[in-house]
Ligand binder design. Structure first.
Ligand SMILES: [Zn+2]
Ligand SMILES: [Zn+2]
Length: 305
């Protein structure tokens, strides 16, 4: 692992020049596409999937519920929706979750197992009732200081989709550490995460500049593990350069609204405009076909292909 991180660091300087050149190119693409005010996807028959939504089980939920999200997904004409509740929030108190305590003190989760703080069984029972080919049941999980998913053993293999997220780093890393960020992402992927949630939002939350030199290494890592990169506009800015790198490496993009409010479920206008920035489409039919190839559609669909 250390060798992998060392490799990333060693390549940083060499990559800076390339990224500067590419920045100029992307800027031009953005300008061109901003001029195109129409949204091709509105004319296409493609139906997107929202593979990251929260429910009333989230401490940070506003009005989302399994029923409400499904209803909103139907209104939005989505083909699929996934419930991906915060795994950590289902095991520990709100206070311990937001302090990121369970990442370093793995005993907290175990201590709560037989208490009302362990809401995982209730979550599983609740969402299971809605499970179908169009409704995926999953979690948004972190990795703890040992590089293990924040899930009990019995809750590891029961999901249609696991969205891996870096919200906290183990205390061994400085807050905002690039090496720690790459370590956490690799651990998530190694543990079987299907999608990396809001890649690079970690740095935005820390009020640090997003390290663009990590775009290529993270895209390479995603390709290596066959996982998807999430496009996520929930309190998050997405850099076209990163998604260009992903597409070049054959990494699929997953639309995740990260809905905490019903208004966010399947609200993909920005997502389509963003995609049109990186792939200028000529025909709506062409856009639909390309989206079938490059957008992630959930583990169940991926296995069927
Ligand atoms: Zn998240
Ligand atoms: Zn989320």
């Amino acid at each position: 692992m250390k060798a992998v991180i060392a490799g990333f660091m060693a390549n940083m300087r060499r990559r800076t020049h390339n990224i500067r050149t590419r920045n100029t190119r992307t800027h031009n693409i953005i300008r061109t596409c901003n001029i195109r005010t129409h949204n091709i996807m509105k004319e296409s028959s493609y139906k997107a999937a929202d593979l990251h939504t929260h429910t009333n089980f989230a401490y940070c939920s506003e009005n989302v519920t399994p029923e409400g999200n499904i209803k909103r997904a139907a209104e939005k004409g989505l083909s699929m929706i996934a419930f991906t509740e915060h795994a950590g929030q289902l095991y520990v108190s709100s206070k311990d979750y937001w302090a990121g305590k369970f990442i370093d003190d793995t005993g907290i989760m175990a201590m709560n197992r037989e208490t009302p703080l362990n809401r995982m069984p209730d979550y599983r029972r609740t969402v299971e009732k809605f499970r179908s080919p169009q409704v995926l049941v999953g979690v948004e999980a972190e990795v703890d200081c040992n590089g293990r998913l924040t899930l009990f053993e019995e809750d590891m293999d029961c999901w249609d989709i696991v969205v891996g997220a870096v919200h906290f780093l183990p205390a061994v890393y400085e807050p905002g550490s690039e090496a720690g960020f790459m370590w956490a992402n690799e651990m998530l992927l190694r543990a079987g995460a299907d999608v990396l949630a809001h890649p690079f939002r970690y740095f935005q939350k820390k009020k640090k500049e997003v390290p663009k030199h990590l775009f290529r290494p993270l895209a390479e890592m995603l390709a290596q593990y066959g996982a998807a990169a999430e496009l996520n506009f929930h309190k998050n800015e997405n850099d076209p350069l990163f998604y260009e790198e992903c597409l070049k490496k054959g990494v699929r993009i997953s639309f995740g609204s990260d809905a905490h409010n019903l208004d966010e479920v399947g609200a993909f206008e920005k997502y389509y405009s963003f995609m049109e920035m990186i792939i200028p489409f000529e025909q709506p039919e062409q856009a639909g076909k390309i989206y079938e190839k490059i957008l992630y559609r959930g583990r169940r669909v991926a296995q069927a292909q």
